[in-house]
Design a protein around this ligand. Sequence first.
Ligand SMILES: Nc1ncnc2c1ncn2[C@@H]1O[C@H](COP(=O)(O)OP(=O)(O)OP(=O)(O)O)[C@@H](O)[C@H]1O
Length: 722
Amino acid sequence: MMVAINKRVSYDIGCMKSLRKLPDKVALRFLDMMTRYMSDPSANGLNLETVEGAKDSSLKSLRVDQGYRAIAFEVGRDIMFVHVNEHDKAYRWAVNRRVKLDPDTNRIRVVEEIDLTVAPTEASTAAEPRLFAEVADKRLLALGVALEELSAVRALASIDALEAAEEDFDPLTYQILYGLAAGYTDEEVYALTGVPEEPEVALEKAVQDLTFDRMIETEESRQTIFIPEDEAELRRVFEEGLEGWRVFLHPEQRKIAYRDYNGPAMVRGGAGTGKTVVAMHRAKHLADQIEQDASRAGQRVLLTTFTTSLAQDIEANLRTLCPAHLDARPPRIEVINLDRWVSQFLKRKNFAREVAFFGEARDRLDQIWREVLDDHELPEGLSEPFIRAEWTQIVQAKGLTDQRAYLKASRAGRGTPLDRRKRTALWDVFADYRARMISAGLAEPDDAYREAIEILASEAPNLPYAAVIVDEAQDMGEQAFRLIRAIVPVTSIGDRNSLFVVGDAHQRIYGRRASMSACGINVRGRSRRLRLNYRTTQEIRAWAVSILEGVSVDDLDDGTDSLRGYVSLMHGVAPELVGCRSEAEELEGLVAWLRALPEDQIRLSDIGVLCARRSDVARVHGAFQTAGIKSVVLQAGADDRSVPGVRITTMHRAKGLEFFAVAIPFLSDAAFPPAGALNAAVDAADREDIMTQYRSLLHVAATRAKKALRVTWSGTPTQLIS
Ligand SMILES: Nc1ncnc2c1ncn2[C@@H]1O[C@H](COP(=O)(O)OP(=O)(O)OP(=O)(O)O)[C@@H](O)[C@H]1O
C-alpha cells in the first residue's frame, strides 16, 4: 500500500540500533527516504507491504533497496519503524514480534512472542542454574516484564547470557532484568525504569488513553521512541548518531523538563543522573514556547552555571540539540557562567570598580588585608585567617553592609562564638577593609553581585530574560541566588516557569552554601530528584558514595538530601585500590596501568588523571613525558577531545567532565586533604567543613569515571577512604 498522506513517522530505539549495524550506504538510503517523505509526503509516498505470516498484522515492510527491508508498525495516522535488516533477516525478525500498548507501564512496547508451550519444557529439562530461579513470575510481571517474554527470561542462565541477549528483549524488560540481576530492590528497579509503582493508577489513566497515537506520546514511550520534530532534527540525529540523551530521555527526565511550573522548580540527583541533560532540555522547551508565541519575540532563556567550562560544554551540546535557538537573532537561549554574566552586566552599567575574581586583582586585595590587619588591634584569640573567613563567610556571603546588621546576623555553622564586644571590634576592621578596597578601585565578587542586584531592582523588566536555568547550584552562594531571583523577579502576573535550579549538594566543592528559600526562591512542592546514574558503573558509583558515608548533606534549601535509590544501569570491574611504598612507585604503576589499557578500545583522550593539587598535575605530566605517553594538561576552558593525549587535571577542573577510565593518585594520609588546606582551618568546625569539602571533591573525581577507576596512595591511605 502506498502511503502518501502526511503520517506521523516515528522510530523505535530498536530501529536505530539495527541501522547502526548496516552498511552506511543502506542507512543513508533509509534516511534519505525518510527525510524526503517528511519534507513532501505526497511526492515521496512510502510503499508499505504486508509481512506474510506475521503474528501482528499491523507490521509492514518497506523496501529500502534491493537487499534490505525496514519493518514498520502502521496504525491510524502513525507509522513507527522498528527494525531494518537484510531482506530475509528482517522478515524473520518480524514474524513473532508484536507492538503492544501496555497500560501497566504506560508505554508502547515491541516484544517477541515466544511459544509458551515449547520454552518451559526446555527450561525445566536443563540442568544448569537459572539466573532468575528465585524470582516469582508475579514479581517479574509487577515490575513490568512483558508476559510474552517470561519464558525467555526463565531460560537465562547467567548475567552474561542476559547481556548477550540484550537486543532480543524489549528495552524495558532488559532494564528490569538487569536491575534484578544486580540485586536491586523493587524500589530501585522502579527508579531505574520509571515504571509507576502503583499500576492501578496507571491503569485508570490508561484505559481512556489506550490508543496508539496517545500512548506514543507518554513520557514512558518516549524513552524508547523518537518522534522527530522536523526534517532537520531527523537528519541531525541519524547522520551524527546523536540519539542517547538528546532523544531518549528517562520518563522522569522528560516529565521534569517538559512541563509548566507555577513557580521556581528544583532538580537534585547524584552525579551522572542527567541533571545537566535535563537543564538543557528545559532550556529547549522554554525556548520552543518563546518561538511559538509571536508576542514573545525577543525574549530569551538564561542558562547559567558556576564554572566557565561547564557553560562552554553546555553551549556545545545545545548546538546539537537545538541549534536554531542559539543561532536566532537575538538568540532564544544564552549560556554563560554567572560571574561572567555579572561582569558583563556591570560593564554595561558603567560600574567603576574592577571585580577581583582571580589573578592580580586578588593579590592586591590580599595586600590590602595585610595592611588593615597590621593597623588594627585584633580581638584576643582571633587569628587573621579567622577574621578573613568571617568577612567572606558571614559579612560578604550575607551581604551585610552596616554594623547593626552584623551585630544581629546569625553565624550558624561558624565554630568560634563571638560576643557583642568582639563583633563591634571586628566591624571596625571590616569597615576599614571595605573603605580601602573601594578607594583602590576594587570590588569582591559578592560586591559585584550586590551591585547588580540593586540595579536589577529597577532594570529587570527591561531585560529580555523570560526564565533562568541554573546548573551547579550547589556551588552558588547567597548573593548568587539573590541575583538570579532579581533577574526574573516575581511580577504581577506571577512566577510561572521563572526559575529552574539544578544541583547536588554531595558535590559541593567550593565551600559556598545558601538556602534558596532564604533568597526568595521558593521551590516547595516543585522539587524533584533523579536517581538513575547514566555515567558510572554500579561498582564505581558504590565506592564513590561510600566516601560520603556519615556526612549530612543539605537539599540546597533548609532540608537534608540523601542518595536513596541512586542506582546505575551498568556493571563493571570494582575500582582498583592500590597502596604503594612511595610516590615514585605510584607514578611507575600509573604508567604501567595506562600501557595495559586496551588501546583498541580506549582513546587516550578518554582517560583522565585527576589530582588534588596543581603541583601534582605537573609531576604526573613530567612522568608521562619521560615515559613517552602523550598527555594534555587541562586548564580552564573546554576539553577538545579531538586533541589526542591522556588528560591530566585537578579534581576541581574535572567537575562536569567524564572519562572512560580515571586514575586518582596521591591519596596518602599526608597528601589528601593537602596540608595547606587543613592548616588554613580557623577552628574545629572549619576543619570539619574542609574535611567534608574534600570528601565531596574525591566523590566528584571518582564519579567522573564511566568504566574504570584506579585509586592509589603511598604509605597510609587518606582517612577519607579508609
Ligand atoms: N536519558 C539519557 N540517555 C542517555 N544518556 C544520558 C541520559 N541522561 C544522561 N545521560 C548521560 O549521562 C551522563 C551524565 O549526564 P549529566 O552530565 O547530565 O549528569 P549530571 O547529573 O549533570 O552529572 P554531574 O552531577 O556528575 O555533573 C552524560 O554522559 C549524559 O550524556
